[in-house]
Design a protein around this ligand. Structure first.
Ligand code: ZN
Length: 260
């Protein structure tokens, strides 16, 4: 094993291990952005009684499990949406490592992290989500340029198409009734990662996931919680569609090519 391979493997191992923390951090960022605060604004505190949380309360996934889904300070049941981002980022990291060849594991972890960030921030912090979308798009074009993924021309075209659609959508999203268009912020990255053909498939899958997500989160919602915004469901759906096409698009295309 060369030094670079060893470095690559250690990076993959460490990133997978800390992935629940990135989910936890992103959720905190999204919540604070939603209430107009900065992610670096002081310590975390209990939503119910306002007590400052200690390190024991902040271990991703484990704190939730050991406290039985209740806050340790005042035994208020915790929102399930505090746990799902942590579980999701762990799931995505393990999924990437199990599915992808070695040279695509690290790129896939980057894709997973940015997709989750964009999906969580699309509604509370649209500007940051847009910047992260552009960063992900640059990664997508970079992967194609360095020969990690498919043809660069299809991805450049996808990026341009995504940018065009997103620009139209951003103009429309200033209308409060059309807030769900904020999810279009993901489109340039989608095109840059997947190319034009796969982008179409990813959007189709994404819309289905969005409908399922909206239905399930409304089912699980407690009466004192706000309804999940359609833009959030759509952003999560499009991110999921992008993720599935990123992981399985090539094998699907190959299967189709042999099928015909
Ligand atoms: Zn409390």
């Amino acid at each position: 094993m060369t030094f670079l391979e060893a470095l690559n493997l250690s990076a993959i191992f460490v990133l997978t291990l800390v992935s629940p923390m990135t989910g936890s951090f992103l959720k905190c960022w999204a919540d604070r952005a939603a209430s107009g605060k900065s992610v670096v604004d002081g310590r975390s505190f209990c939503d119910a009684c306002g007590k400052t949380l200690t390190a024991r309360d902040l271990i991703p996934i484990l704190s939730w499990v050991f406290a039985g889904g209740k806050s340790r300070c005042c035994a208020t049941p915790l929102r399930w949406t505090l746990l799902t981002p942590e579980l999701t980022s762990l799931l995505l990291a393990v999924w990437a490592v199990l599915t992808m060849p070695l040279n695509l594991m690290l790129p896939s972890l980057i894709v997973a992290w940015l997709l989750q960030a964009i999906a969580l921030l699309a509604v509370p912090a649209p500007r940051i989500a847009t910047i992260l979308g552009m960063v992900l798009a640059m990664f997508g074009l970079g992967f194609a340029l360095t020969g990690l993924t498919g043809q660069i021309d299809a991805r450049l075209l996808g990026f341009a198409l995504g940018l065009l659609c997103a620009t139209v959508a951003w103009t429309g999203a200033s209308d409060p009734r059309a807030r769900y268009l904020q999810a279009a912020t993901l489109l340039p990255a989608m095109g840059a990662l997947l190319g034009v053909a796969m982008m179409g498939l990813a959007i189709a899958v994404g819309v289905i996931v969005a409908i399922v997500h909206a239905a399930i989160s409304n089912m699980l919602r407690r009466s004192d919680e706000d309804q999940v915004a359609p833009a959030t469901s759509l952003a999560i759906g499009l991110a999921s569609g992008t993720w599935l096409a990123w992981l399985y698009g090539d094998s699907l295309l190959r299967a189709l090519a042999y099928g015909f």
